[in-house]
Design a protein around this ligand. Structure first.
Ligand code: R5P
Length: 298
């Protein structure tokens, strides 16, 4: 038997994974002490079992200390292997020093998770200057790509789509999605001056005539990238775009601000959010199954 355990907030993804993997879910009791420290208690046995913790790692600073303690508790109770299904993997965007003295948090976070879990499964990690997770993670990792599911959704719902990436980095996702549904694609040019200060320009979107613009990006965090792109496209006279994101972080007022600009907003269910319309459970389940079924190395 293999087991899944949900970190608070990831219960729906855990149920989806259980349905595709045939794993059982074990219950976790959590609460915060008055000073904010976390209390954790496993409510069923995991002795002799291979276990995966399911935790979307948005807001990672709130979750990470507890996740480390949970992995320790699972091992103390006899779990043979403890893996991490992190449909959204945090701390990848600081992938180098942009200014002297900066901490390269992606490396530190990777070292922390690698020393805690036996394996890691995630969806479309933000790999820009790293080519693969193995450059910083020392445990076996597996990446699920959302592009087939996003392409399927666009192909079913959008008439004559034009795929648009809001910046050069998004070309990798946008071109993949577009190729799967035989749609044209392009990218905009982004200048980021601060966390919430983003400007985009449109090099050429001649292909847009008669088509519905679909902005696709991996992460929607402050939402400012999408917002700037929506505004620029509308100024250019295109129909109101549809915004598709893989990871629905939506920090602060991001969701309301983007909704107010008028687009339909659709995301994948890597982070539980009202915009989740694209279900990746079966793809994640298939990948998790391989890890869960593997025998311990020793
Ligand atoms: C950038 O490198 C990413 O692909 C996203 O475009 C970015 O993370 C979006 O961030 P925000 O929503 O804060 O503009």
């Amino acid at each position: 038997m293999t087991l899944l355990i949900a970190w608070p907030g990831s219960e729906a993804q855990t149920r989806g994974l259980a349905a595709t993997t045939g794993s059982s879910i074990i219950e976790l009791q959590t609460r915060r002490f008055p000073d904010g420290e976390i209390y954790l208690r496993l409510l069923s046995s995991c002795a002799g079992q291979s276990v995966a913790v399911v935790a979307a790692l948005d807001r990672p600073d709130e979750k990470t200390p507890g996740l480390l303690a949970l992995a320790d508790a699972l091992r103390a109770e006899g779990a043979t292997r403890v893996g991490l299904v992190a449909p959204y993997l945090a701390y990848l965007r600081q992938d180098r020093q942009f200014n002297p003295g900066e901490a390269v948090t992606s490396r530190t976070y990777a070292r922390l998770l690698s020393s805690t879990f036996d394996w890691l499964l995630t969806v479309d990690p933000h790999l820009h200057r790293y080519h693969s997770l193995s450059e910083i993670y020392s445990i076996p990792t597996r990446v699920v790509h959302a592009a087939p599911a996003i392409a399927d959704w666009i192909g079913r719902i959008v008439n004559l789509p034009l795929l648009i990436g809001p910046d050069g980095e998004s070309a990798q996702w946008v071109s993949d999605i577009a190729a799967r549904i035989n749609a044209p694609w392009t990218t905009l040019e982004k200048t980021r001056r601060g966390d919430r200060d983003v400007e985009v320009s449109i090099p050429h979107i001649d292909q847009s005539r008669g088509r519905t613009p679909v902005l696709a990006d991996d992460i929607i965090s402050s939402g400012r990238t999408m917002l700037a792109a929506v505004k620029r496209l509308r100024e250019a006279g295109t129909p109101t775009p549809i915004c598709v994101g893989v990871h629905a972080i939506f920090a602060g007022d991001a969701y309301d601000a983007l909704l107010a600009a008028g687009p339909r907003i659709v995301t994948c269910n890597t982070i539980a959010h009202p915009s989740n319309e694209i279900d990746l459970s079966s793809m994640m389940g298939a990948a998790a199954d391989e890890f869960l079924a593997a025998k311990p190395a020793h």
